[in-house]
Ligand binder design. Structure first.
Ligand code: HEM
Ligand code: HEM
Length: 195
């Protein structure tokens, strides 16, 4: 069973699968939470939700670093042979952009709390104090990073929507293994080379 943990050239392993869905869930949850928490009238609730958003943001950043390390030290399954030339070229770029988004959205959030003139410490899940990034505190810097964090998050979600539509297209239209192999390591490329 332990071999099911790692990827091969024709299928994903448990580690990549669990990290994909855990990170995906937190990422989409962070977007919804982020959007809602700055639009809530109650200052008290808004403050609590922002602390929660920061906690999950740091958790996400940690998981993403593990995921990228795992990705670099593992085989990666190629697309099934029946996938067309256009998508064969586009998919790696979208995946690379999603990896970049998973890093820069939390990092810009971290930058924003680090330069904030409110100087509220970040305490992920009340466990410890997360140090600030070494950036100068100022109102201009805060505005810049709020703007960047917000638009990076919006751009990332646009990519995620494209990504989900592509996955559904594979499953319901092309009826290939691309979605299911991201759910179970027992599903491999039909047309792939045997392991
Ligand atoms: C370490 C990680 C993160 C930290 C510290 C953080 C921090 C913050 C803070 C303090 C705000 C409030 C900005 C304001 O005062 O208007 C905010 C807003 C927001 N964040 Fe994050 N964030 C992090 C990760 C993420 C992630 C991963 C997403 C996912 C997409 C995200 C999406 C958003 C959104 C959508 C908003 C609301 C923007 C708006 O419409 O005004 N954040 N974030
Ligand atoms: C309902 C939501 C989602 C679905 C249905 C979905 C589906 C998939 C599928 C089927 C694959 C495999 C593609 C292949 O075999 O080449 C994949 C890979 C990937 N997904 Fe998602 N995904 C979702 C959410 C997300 C989110 C929110 C993110 C990041 C913010 C994300 C990032 C990635 C990345 C980076 C890969 C490439 C993995 C690799 O091979 O290294 N996904 N996704």
């Amino acid at each position: 069973m332990s071999s099911m943990l790692r990827n091969t050239t024709t299928r994903y392993g448990w580690a990549a699968i669990v990290l994909h869905w855990l990170i995906g869930l937190i990422f989409i949850g962070q977007f919804v939470l982020g959007w809602a928490m700055v639009r809530i009238a109650s200052q008290r609730t808004s403050f609590e939700l922002i602390q929660l958003h920061k906690s999950f943001g740091f958790l996400l950043l940690g998981l993403v670093l593990i995921r990228i390390g795992w990705r670099l030290g593992n085989a990666s399954p190629g697309l099934p042979e029946e996938v067309g030339a256009m998508e064969r070229r586009a998919a790696p770029s979208v995946h690379l952009a999603l990896y970049a988004a998973q890093l820069v959205v939390p990092l810009s959030g971290w930058a924003l709390v680090s330069v904030s003139v409110l100087e509220i410490p970040s305490m992920p899940f009340n466990l410890f104090v997360m140090p600030n990034l070494p950036l100068g505190v100022s109102e201009q810097a805060e505005n810049f990073w709020i703007f960047s964090h917000k638009w990076l998050a919006y751009a990332a979600i646009a990519l995620v929507v494209l990504h989900i539509l592509a996955a559904f297209r594979h499953h319901f239209w092309l009826r290939d293994v691309v979605l299911v192999r991201m759910i179970s390591p027992f599903v491999a490329n039909r047309a792939g080379k045997p392991e």
